[in-house]
Ligand binder design. Structure first.
Ligand code: NAP
Length: 253
């Protein structure tokens, strides 16, 4: 019996990953800080689908959060056939106005813990057949983002790192996919102070659609969700960076 570990499973995209994988009969390890939300979801999914769902609370913005989480999984002897590095947050504001602490925590959560967890769990993942890793980046990964400088930079890291891993691990039959959603209806916009931005006012996808596309294409190196976002990314590639970064800043207003 093996598990898929989902970080950030207490809400939004992570919780929907849990629901859609549970429908497929996949056993799950759910992680986030809000243990009560994880336990509630775990009870619901295990009763409805007859699968095993474990919960482990962890604060991955702490420097030792990912080590503690990985150590707990190793100690319990759980097998891991999938890792979904989904936990993350953003914050809108000028780099100089946002506190340094919060921005360092963002790098710790969105980047360092993702790398740390992947490295620590790879030996377990390698032992399983048709194993996979999905790293949640964003369409923010494709250009610089004034007024969200650190968030965009963290997602650019996730995309670059995951694309390289896709090539490194494909001969071991481990599929690494980078999920790049655009604006999506979750708790993210509220947390990032973005609900009134042009980006979110222009419309957001549902987390259900985002996850459906990700799971359907989980062997693909990069999955951009929704035609509007695919068009945005590709037209950005054809434009000079001085244009794409200005547009990104305009969308954050
Ligand atoms: N929604 C969008 O528009 C959008 C677009 C592109 C990319 N994304 C990316 O999608 C991913 C999921 O976000 P979402 O949209 O589903 O937002 P969400 O509803 O706010 O979910 C974020 C998840 O991350 C967890 N998390 C936050 N801080 C954490 C910490 N310090 N330690 C451990 N877990 C933590 C939260 O759980 P707890 O609070 O319980 O810890 C929650 O489960 C993120 O990586 C985000 O950057 C979102």
């Amino acid at each position: 019996m093996s598990y898929v570990l989902i970080t950030g499973a207490s809400s939004g995209i992570g919780a929907v990953f849990a629901k859609q994988l549970a429908e497929q009969g996949q056993n799950l390890i759910l992680s986030a800080r809000r243990k009560e939300k994880l336990d509630e979801l775990a009870n619901q999914l295990s009763q409805q689908y007859g699968i095993k769902v474990e919960t482990l609370s962890a604060d991955l913005a702490n420097t030792d959060g990912s080590k503690t989480l990985a150590d707990a999984i190793v100690e319990k002897g759980w097998k891991v056939n999938g890792l979904i590095n989904n936990a993350g947050f953003g914050d809108r504001g000028l780099f100089s106005d946002l506190t340094l602490d919060r921005q360092i925590q963002m790098i710790q959560l969105n980047v360092t813990s993702l790398v740390d967890l992947t490295h620590r769990l790879l030996p377990l993942i390698r032992r399983e057949r048709d194993a996979y890793i999905i790293n949640v980046a964003s369409t923010a990964a494709f250009q610089a983002g004034p007024k969200m400088a650190i968030y965009y930079a963290t997602k650019a890291f996730v995309l670059s790192f995951s694309e390289a891993l896709h090539e490194e691990l494909k001969n071991d039959n481990i599929y690494v996919s980078t999920l790049c959603p655009g604006a999506t209806e979750t708790e993210f916009a509220q947390e990032a102070n973005m609900t009134n931005t042009k980006l979110f006012k222009a419309g957001a996808m549902t987390a259900e659609d985002v996850v459906k596309q990700s799971l359907k294409k989980k062997k693909k190196a990069i999955v951009i969700t929704g035609w509007k976002n695919i068009f945005g990314v590709w037209s950005g590639k054809l434009s000079p960076r001085c244009v794409t970064r200005k547009l990104a800043g305009w969308l954050q207003a």
